[in-house]
Design a protein around this ligand. Sequence first.
Ligand code: ADP
Ligand code: X15
Length: 409
Amino acid sequence: MTADQGSVGAEPGVRFRKRTVRDLELAAGTPVLVRADFNVPLVDGLITDERRIRAALPTIEYLREHGARLVLCSHLGRPKGPDPKTSLRPVAERLSELLGSEVVLARDVAGPDSRRAVEQAAPGDVVLLENLRWEPGETANDPAFAQRLAALARAYVNDAFGAAHRAHASTAGVCAFLRPAVAGFLLEREVTTLERLLEDPPRPFVVVLGGAKVTDKIKLIERFLELADELLIGGAMCFAFFRAQGHATGASLVEEEGVELARRVLERAGGTPCELVLPRDLVVGDRFAADAERRELDGVDVPDGWMGLDIGPQTAREYAERVKRAGCVFWNGPLGAFELEPFAVGTRALAEAVAEAPGRTVVGGGDSAAALVAFGLDTRVDHVSTGGGAALELLEGRKLPGVEALDDA
Ligand SMILES: Nc1ncnc2c1ncn2[C@@H]1O[C@H](COP(=O)(O)OP(=O)(O)O)[C@@H](O)[C@H]1O
Ligand SMILES: O=C(OP(=O)(O)O)[C@H](O)COP(=O)(O)O
């Protein structure tokens, strides 16, 4: 419906169990270590999607206004050690522009240059450490590295929702050495928005799941069969269901391991309050390519030599209608091979329906968020999560180490 990416605070009606930046008592110049998720996509050194940087601004601005010295840190990519290609310099430059003041990029990760930069910073200044993953102690959650990070500041704020499912030195280990340890506004918003889907969703609650693999999403499917009113399935994942039902799947991407899981889901769905909905028609191609021959099938039996690459027009219309009637919609995973223009129609129709839906709309990160951005519709959804894996783990009911480590409210 409308964008709330800039809004801060817990989702109304949901209590956040952790202390937040609002609970910090900050004297002028207090150094605060802020873990953000600036893991943004880069092409030739240029940031192609800056939503994660913008989403961190409310916490950064709040701390600056309260006179803190900010010590920002993040990972970028999965480097095995220091590598200029994964430097946070492009992030420091973009953040400087967005804040309208210089962000000093330290040359190391909590080493002598970081310490010097923090010492020289004035109240309201921002220092960004280099890529946390240049240090092996980060992913190993090494206490010695966590202690080095902690020594840079007198309070810790975690605002890195996208990395909250990682038990790393900067997301979890550091809290053993640095208190208070509180959540930033983004982390609070993400957790409470997603938890509300599990606790008290406006009804009817319609969930749309797509993507490649049933095995990736099986826990989510099982959870939503108990919680949602309607569960609409799309993407290559539906071929495991069709195979389990005995339909021909041609050359479609079928995950063998997923077929048995899909069979179990189909058996269980009858005994739940949720309506499980599969596509009624499909678009097929003669190969996985943008210039493939494209055909619309009136049904779901895929002929030999063809592969299902999108939901068909009847299914797209039906899913759009269900989404528009929903009190609340959660969408994760594209409904077809949306990177290939001829097979993006179903995913685009769903994205448009989510944008137009009058109910509450929440989109998980990953490819569905990328699709929304590509279609220019991301600002018309109530909440687009900045986390892919983190959002799914939270919705599966798993505890996020980056949240658990913080001070209880
Ligand atoms: N019918 C299909 N055939 C082949 N690939 C598909 C099909 N539907 C979706 N995909 C692919 O699935 C990928 C996304 O799957 P996944 O990573 O599970 O989603 P997400 O990142 O949203 O969780 C996309 O690259 C998309 O091209
Ligand atoms: O981009 C991220 O994950 P996501 O693609 O699941 O949203 C996070 O920054 C976590 O990165 P990681 O999966 O390398 O730990």
